[in-house]
Design a protein around this ligand. Structure first.
Ligand SMILES: [Zn+2]
Length: 149
């Protein structure tokens, strides 16, 4: 009997029954599905999924896909994705507040972020949910990281 791998998004579900569906093409239609599957894509080093689910108006979006892919992948490989904690979510307002626990070179890069997501249509047919606005807080600091509503 093989032990099934739990999904890195901390849903307590097996990866095969969780974010793998999105990483293999199913479209995330709910804010929580998007945030969880992005976290696990970082953890598993799937830069293409991160790129596909980043809104073109997001400041992290880059047209230079080669170097963008490389920098996401370097971040994934050099970081340890300890835990994703969902603090609040609203389907109606399409918001998710979460804490991502990330360690890099024994430095704690964990942060709490509230994101407002928006559905958008790519290529005229595909609906995706994407970050519209985000605010990030650190223990003593609060800052708006992007706003393009
Ligand atoms: Zn998952």
């Amino acid at each position: 009997m093989s032990k099934k791998k739990l999904c890195p998004c901390c849903s307590q579900k097996e990866y095969d029954q969780c974010c793998r569906l999105f990483h293999e093409g199913k479209l995330p239609m709910r804010p929580l599905e998007l945030m969880r599957s992005r976290y696990s894509a970082y953890a598993l080093n799937f830069p293409d999924y991160i790129m596909e689910t980043t809104h073109p108006a997001n400041p992290y979006y880059s047209k230079d896909t080669l170097s963008w892919r490389r920098s996401i992948s370097e971040f994934s490989k050099s970081s340890s994705f300890e835990k994703l904690e969902i603090l609040a979510t609203s389907e109606k307002e399409a918001t998710v507040t979460f804490t991502a626990y990330i360690i890099q070179d024994s430095k704690d890069l964990s942060f709490t972020e509230k994101v407002i997501l928006k559905k958008w249509v790519a290529d005229g047919s595909i609906a995706m949910v994407n970050c519209l606005r985000g605010a990030r807080s650190y223990p003593n600091k609060f800052m708006l990281i992007f706003d393009f509503s």
